[in-house]
Ligand binder design. Structure first.
Ligand code: A5P
Length: 230
């Protein structure tokens, strides 16, 4: 399938795709920004680039298959050369909140084995402090959700079980889990909070990605800028 007019892709997504070289294994993130990257990558593949992709969700696997991008599993590869994904918030230290698309667990696994983790966001995702704009997604085993919910509330946040639409059935992740969205009013020490939440029995993962991003490409109305980890 053709990816359409290249000019309709974010320049930041094309920049991320330009960082990929033939022979690389590439992590394919989830969400709108990541889809821009996947399309830009596919465009380069039409011009001869040869790579293998590792998708972070069923949704991204479907898009990659539609674009004829060959996919690999962790049985077939050792590590990932570059992973490109979106984020819901980015703070000045390049720490992130991710997971509002529900793919946080696989996104972390892919990012954690990637030599380079590149994040693609619009300017509106930049925040002075994590938790200023969005809640922290917490993926939980369904059995444990009420227990984890009460423990999260004791940490001083408002918690909502994510549903499919207002009042619909609980959202189910690709891993068969539920997601609790924990709303803090700005998070003073995100690393500590991540450790606290991770230690709760029944928690599969959180959307706090601390010290993981190497480079953030920020798409503005015109052009983009690079924020590099110092
Ligand atoms: C998916 O689970 C998320 O981590 C996304 O990467 C994040 O929500 C950003 O998505 P958009 O690029 O669609 O805003």
């Amino acid at each position: 399938m053709r990816t359409g007019d290249e000019t309709s892709l974010w320049p930041a997504a094309r920049e991320a795709a330009a960082m990929v070289e033939s022979g690389m294994v590439v992590g394919l993130g989830t969400g709108r920004a990541a889809a821009q990257f996947v399309k830009a990558l596919s465009r380069r593949m039409e011009e001869g680039l040869e790579i293998m992709g590792v998708p972070t969700s069923k949704q991204t696997a479907k898009l990659a298959e539609e674009l004829s991008i060959p996919l690999a599993t962790f049985d077939e590869i050792d590590g990932i050369d570059i992973d490109v994904d979106g984020a819901d918030e980015v703070d000045p230290g390049l720490d992130l909140i991710k997971g509002h698309g529900g793919a946080l667990l696989r996104e972390r696994v892919v990012a954690s084995v990637s030599k380079r983790f590149v994040v693609l966001v619009g300017e509106e995702k930049l925040v002075p402090r994590l938790g200023s704009r969005v809640s922290v997604p917490v993926e939980v085993v369904p059995f444990a959700a009420p227990v984890v919910r009460r423990s999260l509330e004791k940490l001083g946040c408002e918690v909502h079980l994510r549903t499919n639409g207002d009042g619909g059935e609980p959202f189910v992740s690709d891993n068969g889990n539920h997601i609790l969205d924990a709303r803090f009013d700005g998070i003073a020490r995100p690393g500590d909070l991540q450790r606290q939440i991770d230690s709760l029995p029944g928690v599969a993962d959180t959307g706090l990605f601390i010290g993981m991003a190497h480079l953030v490409l920020v798409q503005a109305k015109e052009g983009f800028r690079r924020l590099e980890r110092g």
